[in-house]
Structure formats: C-alpha cells, structure tokens
Write a protein that binds this ligand. Structure first.
Ligand code: SAM
Length: 276
C-alpha cells in the first residue's frame, strides 16, 4: 500500500515514520510513503501556494492550481474525468484533511487499509480552495473536534492508524481486531467501492488493562487472576475490565457494542456498584 502526502512543509515528516511498526512495515515492503512539496508545483519566483480569500476575511487560502498539478503528477485527474486507457485499476482515494471532515474512526481506518493508495492533502492557513475538494477529493477527514494549524499532524495520524491494519504489518496480531474500537459493525458514513466491511472486532468495547513484570510495582499488585493460568478466568476478567473501562471512559460506545446477555448483566451490576 502506498501513501502520498501533499504538504507545504515536507520537512515536518522527517523522522516521523521511522519508528517501530511503521518503520518495519516500510522496511518489509508492505507500505511506502511519498512526501510531495506543494511548492514544487508553483511557477513564480516566490513559489506562491496561497492567496487572499474572495469575499474578504482573515487569513489565506491554499490556491487550487499547485494542488491540481501535484495531483496530476501522481496520475490523479478530476473525479469526472474518464479513466485513461492504460488505467491500472489500482484503488486510490484522495483525502482532504479538514476540521470540517467526517470523523476519522477505526472502521474507516480498516476500510482505507484495503486500498492500494491513499493520497492525503494537508491544508494550511484558512484551508484549501473548495474546488479542489469538489473536483478531486473522495472524502474530508477530521481527526477530532479541534482545530490544528495544519493537516500534517492529521495526515501522520491517518498513515499510522491505517498502516498498522494493512495485512502483515502487525504480524501474528491478526490486524488489531481485539484492540479498542475493534467493532464489527460501527457505522461510518463513507462506503469505499470494492472494499469489504470488516467482519471482525473486539465487540466495539475499549481494550482491557495490560500488566507485565514485575508482579508488584509501587505497592500495586498485578491482579491474581492474570497470574493463575486459568484461561477461562482470565478471559472473563478481561471482558469485565473492558466493560468497566468503556462504561467509565466512553459510555457512548456501549449503545453500538456487541453485548452478550452476560455483558448486559455485568454492566447493570457495575452501574449498581457505582451508585453505591
Ligand atoms: N478554517 C478552518 C476551519 O475552521 O475549519 C481551519 C483551518 S486549519 C487552521 C488549517 C488546516 O489544518 C486545515 O485546512 C486542515 O488541513 C488542518 N486541520 C485542522 N484541524 C484539523 C482536524 N481536526 N482534522 C484534520 N485536519 C485538520
């Protein structure tokens, strides 16, 4: 899988993808990342990428022409252009990072991981001329309800979250299906053509707490059940912890979670316990 990032700050990405799983995935040839300097697609002495907004107002806007040229250099034409004769059929999506975008959530990361190529456009200033969005972008993505000063951090978040779900990247960890947000059926508002919705997941709950050596740290002991070798007991404990943590930190997730009758009974018990 290939990621292409279009940015006015290519230096931002120096080193950011050179650690841990992300570095290994590239070294193993499972994924690659191309960084493209938007200023290379300008033609004036000052390498101008921005201009004042029509209608007045604060700030500057990224001009459409350099972005369109950058996309053309990646073989991407406006969406309404018929595909060229020699089109490879590779599945590409163009994504505009934007605070106005749909939320970037794990099911969407899972869908993007099935593509051949993801192109990420990083906005700056007040954002990107809207015609780039209309003509080229398959979706606008927001990484959260706050405003960043540029799309670069958001692009790095998307690359990291998607990359680790590419088959083979997590090795024998079966594509993170038992991690937080491993929901089977969380709804997303985008349907990517030709990409199956994932059928697996941790039931839409947050992950359980993890412990490692030493058994006791600063007066706190690892829960006995995890040391017991009782696999059924461990599974039960972990499920209960998932329910407790989700109830405490993200109760909104419970409405969509895949809950058994036993889970529902436990949630009621935890709620009663919390009321006491
Ligand atoms: N005027 C824009 C608005 O109010 O929505 C904010 C522009 S922001 C200062 C500059 C760029 O940062 C955006 O074009 C976008 O690429 C990126 N950005 C800001 N917040 C983001 C978020 N929550 N998710 C993804 N990208 C974001």
């Amino acid at each position: 899988m290939r990621f292409e990032i279009v940015t006015i700050f290519p230096g931002f990405f120096a080193g950011i993808f050179e650690h841990g799983i992300v570095r290994r995935a590239q070294a193993d040839g499972l994924v690659s990342v191309g960084i493209h300097d938007l200023r290379n697609f300008t033609h004036d002495r000052h390498r101008t990428v921005d201009d004042r907004p029509f209608g007045g107002g604060e700030g500057m806007v990224l001009k459409p022409e350099p972005l369109a040229e950058a996309l053309a250099s990646l073989g991407i034409q406006p969406k309404n252009t018929p595909p060229p004769e020699d089109a490879t059929g590779a599945r590409t999506q163009v994504i505009l990072l934007s605070a106005q975008g749909q939320p970037f959530i794990q099911p969407l990361a899972r869908e993007l991981a099935c593509l051949d190529r993801v192109v990420l456009l990083c906005g700056r200033y007040e954002g990107v001329d809207e015609r780039i969005n209309e003509l080229y972008c398959d979706m606008e993505l927001s990484i959260g309800d706050y405003v960043l000063s540029g799309g670069e951090l958001a692009a790095a978040v998307v690359v990291d979250a998607v990359m680790r779900l590419v088959p083979g990247v997590l090795g024998n960890q079966a594509s993170g299906e038992f991690e937080s947000f491993g929901a089977a059926d969380a709804e997303i508002s985008t349907d990517i053509e030709g990409v199956p919705r994932s059928q697996h997941g941790s039931g839409g709950l947050l992950d359980y707490p993890h412990y490692t050596r030493p058994v006791e740290f600063d007066g706190l002991r690892t829960p006995e059940v995890l040391l017991s070798g009782d696999h059924l007991g461990i599974r039960r404990w972990r499920r209960e912890q998932q329910l407790r943590k989700t109830l405490r930190n993200r109760p909104d997730l419970l409405a969509k979670a895949d809950l058994s009758a036993e889970d529902v009974r436990l949630i009621e018990a935890i709620r009663r316990e919390n009321r006491r």
